[in-house]
Design a binder for this molecule. Sequence first.
Ligand SMILES: [Zn+2]
Ligand SMILES: [Zn+2]
Length: 385
Amino acid sequence: MESSTVDSGVKWKLDLLNASFLTGTPILAVVGMIWYTMTYGVTWKEPTILFVMYWATGLSITAGYHRLFSHRTHTAAWPLRLFYAIFAAGAYQNSAIKWCSDHRRHHLKVDTDVDPYSVTRGFFWAHMGWVMVQEGEEVVEKVEDLQADPILAWQARNIFKIGFVSGIIFPGFLGLWLLGGWVGFMGGLIWGGFLRLVLVHHGTFLINSGAHYWGSQPYSTKNTSRDFSPLSLVTFGEGYHNFHHTFQADYRNGHRWFHWDPSKWWITLFSIIGMTKALHKVPQWTIQSARMKTTFEKKEKALVEGAALTNFKKRSNDCSKRLRSALRDLANGRSDLATAKALSDNERKTLLKGTIKQSKQRVKDTWSEFNQLMSEMRTSKEITA
Ligand SMILES: [Zn+2]
Ligand SMILES: [Zn+2]
């Protein structure tokens, strides 16, 4: 292939294997699906195979490659790590070691030239362009912890063989078992193999492109990451990407109970039977004060510099301080109440319930005071403008 240069002056050439794979598989999937449907028709079984395989390989990327291996947000027993290693290989996104090396660099150097899928180089680059070209030497770094895991070392040595078995042959056998005969095998291969592969690919790619492009930035404006909840529907909860970039050590991406985050539920479920442990949660006081601070900073940027600004800043900082303290008291009150319940200490229970109620009210009051401050700042902008 001819070498070319991009704006940054870095030499690159087309990665023929990756580029043909990423353009070939969607064609194969669509043509195959149309041919199969027109020839044999579709029952509920083909979409079921698609769903099961989407879930096994997709979740192995989000809960496994991403939250467990890249960010160490919790620990997992070996059968679960083996499951992730086998089925994530079937998602054809490289070995855990390579994936996590890229991803850790993405967080560390986000939006710079060293970020492997920096959105500052365009939507298409962040989505899949970066996979289709080679720039300089392949870098695998800062993954010594993963290289020491025998399961992941084995996976890296045999990545294509494992991927071929779990991502192509296995859905074929699911088809053989559910639908019967070689037609069943073809059905499983097309729906659970190729079509599923393409869907999981683009689901993952959309986090690197779409979740750095669309949506809101409630927790930080320091980088391009954004919360775009619709993306969570197809990526097992990864759409809360602004939260994730701000608090990458948290095993949740959607931190509220109603946030659609199946990876979080999956990890929590396995903690009940002791197969996942040390689930790390960033405390509410840190999350909410980051949200308050970011709201203030956005408003501040929109304002013209003036004498009032110092006063606004002081009041915002004051709100933030009081919010943190109220949320801390609330968390302490809740854990003390759990102890009191266990000791069936009724007097203390009543006392603590009162404190919890008060702390909740303090959180509410602080937020409404802060919102009042935000509306005053708008008025001030109108006046200055
Ligand atoms: Zn991440
Ligand atoms: Zn990102």
